[in-house]
Design a protein around this ligand. Structure first.
Ligand SMILES: NC(=O)c1ccc[n+]([C@@H]2O[C@H](COP(=O)([O-])OP(=O)(O)OC[C@H]3O[C@@H](n4cnc5c(N)ncnc54)[C@H](OP(=O)(O)O)[C@@H]3O)[C@@H](O)[C@H]2O)c1
Length: 300
């Protein structure tokens, strides 16, 4: 049994879909407040649903019972309810999940983190604390560290509005990023469950090539045939936002935007060698698909 925590999210939903496609049993952790369409989607996939919350340790003990593997993608950064925070969910909740899984005899644990960022901010401290606890847990672990999800950071929600030919970009846009599709991250997460090379490994993940944000703009212009209106958020403004933020989430977002501005290129050669047959979706393919279906990346 594979317990997926974060199953109602973008990445977790795709992981559940891939697992059920492989006919692997899936137990999806859902909340009373989770989006009912996404819960229904998980049910249609054939996942077993278990009610739980990362803030409720007892529910994690119950959810972990009888599971052989746990994949956790959960985060409070986008999908939040009252009481959810980086501290209560991304740090303490994930630590409790690791403890609950280890106590229940779970053998494999895959967690989604992000690459090391040369700045101190609450989301990064939470992710690193979780990684450390997992390494010491005695379970076989895989820590996946993807860069920026194409469908999130190159979407209208974050200011990259290809359908309307507008792009708000963070910093000068000259530094390269290995944008990665969440679908590829999901495939690595599922493959990690039985790939010996993923055992007790920390794996950085990026897409098929690194592109600066200005190169991404030019690519989007080619694909859409439209000239983009580009607005830059200056690095100094992001630094000021980072320096003055009192809210942990706002400070974390500012740090991630600075990380984007500084670039995050990942060489995937070694990882692709260790995961033969893994396909990496290009940014071009994303724009080509989104000019046909611009609305949503959600799995439902
Ligand atoms: N976006 C990026 O570019 C990027 C890059 C690198 C790494 N990541 C990591 O990728 C992961 C997945 O991202 P995503 O896009 O799939 O996120 P998402 O769509 O926002 O999904 C978040 C999931 O976490 C669940 N969750 C939140 N609080 C919870 C709680 N208290 N108890 C139980 N579940 C809770 C949500 O459940 P409900 O539906 O019930 O709220 C939802 O299923 C995150 O760990 C993120 O840090 C993202």
């Amino acid at each position: 049994m594979n317990l997926v925590v974060g199953a109602t999210g973008v990445l977790g939903g795709e992981i559940c879909r891939l697992l059920t496609e492989r006919r692997n049993p899936v137990r999806a952790l859902v909340r009373g407040t989770s989006n009912p369409d996404r819960v229904a989607h998980l049910k249609r996939l054939g996942a077993e649903l278990v009610r739980g919350d990362l803030k409720d340790r007892r529910s994690l003990d119950v959810a972990s019972r009888g599971a052989s593997a746990v994949i956790s993608t959960a985060s409070s950064t986008v999908s939040r309810q009252a009481g959810d925070s980086i501290e209560s969910v991304d740090r303490q909740g994930q630590l409790d999940l690791i403890d609950a899984a280890a106590a229940a005899g779970v053998k494999r644990f895959v967690v989604v983190s992000f690459p090391s960022v040369a700045m101190d901010f609450p989301l990064q401290s939470a992710k690193r604390a979780v990684e450390e606890r997992l390494r010491a847990s005695g379970m076989t672990y895989t820590i996946l560290r993807p860069t920026f999800f194409t469908e999130v950071w190159l979407s209208p929600a974050l200011g990259f509005d290809a359908p309307n030919a507008k792009a708000q970009i963070y910093g000068g846009g000259q530094n390269r990023i290995s944008w990665i599709s969440f679908q590829d991250v999901a495939r690595f997460a599922v493959a990690a469950l039985d790939n010996p090379q993923a055992k007790n490994a920390v794996i950085e993940l990026g897409g098929p090539g690194a592109l600066s944000t200005m190169e991404v703009v030019r690519l989007a212009e080619q694909v859409t045939g439209k000239r983009f209106d580009v607005q830059h958020v200056p690095e100094e403004a992001l630094q000021a936002q980072y320096g003055s933020a009192t809210d942990p989430l706002q400070q974390s977002f500012a740090a991630l935007m600075l990380f984007y501005a500084h670039g995050a290129a990942i060489d995937m050669k070694g990882t692709l060698g260790a995961f033969p047959g893994q396909h990496l979706r290009s940014v071009r393919a994303y724009f080509e698909a989104s000019t046909q279906t611009p609305s949503s990346v959600r799995p439902t």
